[in-house]
Design a protein around this ligand. Structure first.
Ligand code: NAD
Ligand code: GDU
Length: 327
């Protein structure tokens, strides 16, 4: 059965890929995005677009919507350490307004982009959802606060909600991919070195307690992630707040990622060791057993070289479009 969905942050990386998947499944999609970090041209063809802020969601939400998929947020770990107020304001304040608007409009289903950053430095790996949540940066703290808000909203007001705690999202899907400006994520930055747009990649710390001294992360293909959102819509149950980790359960160090980019692109990729970045846990690897059991999620694109190859193809397409525009 087709539905009508509000996708906040649908001009951004993950939101645009999920919007594209919803359209391909035959649903009606309305994107609400203030373009603070997203791009108008990132909104998939076929989706309606509202340029606006989630704080004003009440202007556009009405009972015709079946659910909200909520991606809109600021999400840079490093920036959140130096500008925490920006994260509390947008991520927490914005979501509070969105929940109010949903309640008033009688829209009672939500899928929320939570994050591995809610856990902080894990005591056990892989991380399960019942692990302690002690964020090491304001970004993770703001997302954890929203998770708590959603739990209360489900218990008190019957919201059916699923929080998906993404680990490190990467790769691309067709014409939708990662194009943050300025870029802060590892894989697209290393690809910029391969494109000759940067001289070298900085490795933020090589003295972590890991085999090669660099941080370990669990990289998940954005298309696998998108599929989990469609499953979450089906699984959302009134009065329940389900929390699921999304990752592949495989950890790759910063140096392993750089080496994979060398293999995929054939570029030597010079690296320089730089100081640690504030707020970075050493190792973040997911147990996604809950998503498999409760959502029936079955990711099929776990291979890191394949994830990097898709991101590389997208980065090259964007570079070609930009140079055609300049000519
Ligand atoms: N990319 C990752 O690795 C990752 C990992 C874990 C969680 N997440 C979460 O997933 C979500 C999407 O991440 P992304 O990488 O696509 O980020 P993104 O910056 O590409 O997309 C976020 C979008 O939200 C919009 N936005 C921000 N504040 C808004 C507001 N107040 N009103 C309307 N629109 C607003 C931005 O313009 C942008 O288009 C975020 O909530 C992020 O915290 C991302
Ligand atoms: O130029 C760079 C950029 C990153 N890194 C390192 O590469 C790893 C991955 O960094 P990213 O910035 O790509 O991703 P994060 O792990 O910081 O954060 C991402 O994943 C988190 C959960 O794992 C959160 O969900 C967050 O939203 C999302 O941005 C980190 O150890 C980081 O220090 C470098 O060494 N050099």
């Amino acid at each position: 059965m087709s539905g009508k969905y509000l996708v906040t942050g649908g001009a951004g990386y993950v939101g645009s890929v999920v919007a594209q998947h919803l359209l391909e499944a035959g649903h009606e999609v309305v994107v609400l995005d203030n373009l603070s970090t997203g791009f108008r041209e990132g909104v998939p063809t076929g989706a309606s677009f509202i340029e606006g802020d989630i704080r004003d969601a009440a202007k556009w939400l009405d009972p015709s919507f079946d659910a909200v998929l909520h991606f809109a947020a600021f999400s840079q770990v490093g920036e959140s350490v130096v500008k925490p107020e920006k994260y509390w304001d947008n991520n927490v304040g914005g979501t509070m307004a969105l929940l109010d608007a949903m309640r008033s409009a009688g829209v009672r289903k939500l899928v929320f982009s939570s994050t591995a950053a809610t856990y902080g430095e894990p005591e056990q790996t892989p991380i399960v959802e019942s692990a302690p949540t002690k964020p090491t940066n304001p970004y993770g703290a703001s997302k954890l606060a929203v998770d708590h808000m959603i739990t209360g909203e489900a218990a008190a007001h019957g919201l059916g909600a699923v929080s998906l705690r993404y680990f490190n999202v990467a790769g691309a899907y067709g014409s939708c991919g990662e194009r943050h400006d300025p870029e802060s994520h590892l894989i697209p930055l290393v690809l910029q070195v391969a494109q000759g747009r940067r001289e070298a990649i900085s490795v933020f710390g090589d003295d972590y307690p890991t085999p090669d001294g660099t941080c370990i992360r669990d990289y998940i293909h954005v298309a696998d992630l998108a599929e989990a959102h469609l499953l979450a819509l089906a699984a959302a149950t009134p009065g329940e707040h389900l929390i699921c980790n999304l990752g592949n359960g495989n950890g790759f160090s910063v140096r392993e990622v750089i080496e994979t980019v060398r293999q995929v692109t054939g570029h030597p990729i010079p690296e320089v060791v730089a100081p640690r970045r504030g707020g970075d846990p050493a190792v973040l690897v997911a147990s996604a057993a809950t998503a498999r059991e409760r959502l029936g999620w079955n990711p099929s694109r776990a291979d890191l070289a394949g994830i990097v190859a898709d991101a590389w193809e997208f980065a090259q397409d964007i570079a070609a479009q930009n140079s055609a525009r300049e000519q």
